[in-house]
Design a protein around this ligand. Structure first.
Ligand SMILES: [Mg+2]
Length: 179
């Protein structure tokens, strides 16, 4: 066990690393916001891309989300370097269809935001629009087995957050849910 007197969690460091690593892996917050727009525009026609991005930011500010992002990216990187144990190495490297831990890790993000997040996650995972298409096409030679699901989950969670907050606004409820 680690010595608690020597380890102290630095929340700011975790948040900064999440932001940096998403960018390093080719994912911009605006691209996630575009997925949110696609998911929610039909329900809220006045929704703006800035509003979508603010909701992506709110999702990314959560520790559970940051943990999933960093864990997923780390596994993708280790797979790219051939550093995982066989047969896990081959399964993650080839994005094996029967390996579902990438989706399960992403669900730990969606979990924070309730059932609307789940349905949006399933929907966007099937559709694979925008940045998800890019992460999936494997043309850049990089491994994004975990990251594609994580990005989809962030977009789905931001969508759920919007849906809940818009309803609260309609009801003029000052007690806004799902921070
Ligand atoms: Mg995947």
């Amino acid at each position: 066990m680690s010595d608690p007197s020597k380890y102290a969690l630095n929340s700011k460091e975790v948040a900064n690393a999440t932001e940096e690593w998403l960018l390093k892996r080719g994912v911009q917050k605006r691209q996630i916001a575009e997925l949110v727009m696609l998911l929610q525009q039909q329900y809220f026609p006045s929704l703006t891309i800035e509003e979508c991005e603010q909701n992506v930011d709110a999702v990314l500010s959560k520790r559970e989300v940051q943990n999933a992002v960093l864990t997923g990216i780390q596994l993708d990187l280790l797979a790219a370097e051939g550093k995982l144990l066989p047969p896990l190495q081959a399964m993650i490297e080839h994005d094996e269809g029967l390996y579902g831990c990438d989706e399960v890790l992403a669900l730990s993000i969606v979990n924070v935001y309730g059932s609307i997040g789940f349905t949006n996650f399933g929907y966007i995972d099937k559709l694979k629009p925008g940045i998800l298409q890019k992460l999936n096409d494997k043309k850049d030679g990089e491994i994004h087995t975990f990251l594609d699901d994580i990005v989809g989950a962030i977009a789905a969670s931001a969508s759920s957050r919007i849906a809940h907050r818009k309803q609260a606004e309609r009801e003029q409820n000052t007690d806004l849910p799902l921070d």
